[in-house]
Design a protein around this ligand. Structure first.
Ligand code: HEC
Length: 156
């Protein structure tokens, strides 16, 4: 029941956006199933994703790679005892983290002794941080996004 409700609510919001004259041509969407059995609408806001890509290429690609592919050795501490930059393209474990945690990690950077990720809280606005998350999430294959969504729901 609840899943049907969620879908119809999103569909309703979508049609309201059309009625309100919003440009929905930049919104890609399709339905996916999550491991918990929910049907959700995966929606990509292309404008937000493009803004996020600019932020990423400027500030993050230097370490995480221009396609967010990360360092191939990201699982092991390097000679400096710190973890190299992990992939953010869905092949790492960024999907374990709900949005709230991703925002915090980006705002605060690496905890001491873990990595050399700088803190972005005083350099990027909350909107830029959300855009950059939207960009790297747009790279995640559907099964990865679906698994993330279940955790997002659980840890809201
Ligand atoms: C100087 C290199 C460097 C830059 C620049 C950098 N990062 Fe990182 N980032 C790292 C390292 C190293 C880690 C892993 C160590 C850690 O978790 O503290 C990491 C971890 C992360 C994680 C957690 C991933 C996970 O799997 O848990 C996210 C999310 C992230 N970075 C996003 C960003 C974003 C967004 C930017 C740009 C605004 C950025 N990083 C810029 C080095 C960097």
């Amino acid at each position: 029941m609840r899943q049907c409700y969620r879908i119809s609510l999103l569909a309703l919001l979508g049609s309201m956006a059309v009625l309100a004259g919003c440009d929905t041509s930049t919104m890609g969407q399709h339905v996916i199933q999550t491991p918990n059995g929910s049907s959700i609408i995966r929606q990509t806001d292309q404008t937000l994703v493009s803004q996020g890509q600019v932020v990423f290429q400027k500030h993050c690609a230097f370490c995480h790679g221009d396609q967010a592919q990360g360092d191939p050795e990201w699982r092991k501490r390097g000679p400096d005892g710190l973890f190299p930059p992990p992939p953010l393209n869905g092949s790492g474990h960024a999907w374990h983290h709900p949005t709230r945690q991703l925002r915090e990690m980006i705002r605060n950077g690496s905890p001491p002794g873990q990595g050399n990720m700088p803190a972005w809280g005083d350099k990027l606005t909350p909107a830029e941080i959300d855009a950059v998350i939207a960009w790297f999430q747009s790279l995640w294959p559907d099964p990865v996004y679906a698994a993330w969504f279940d955790r997002e729901e659980r840890f809201q």
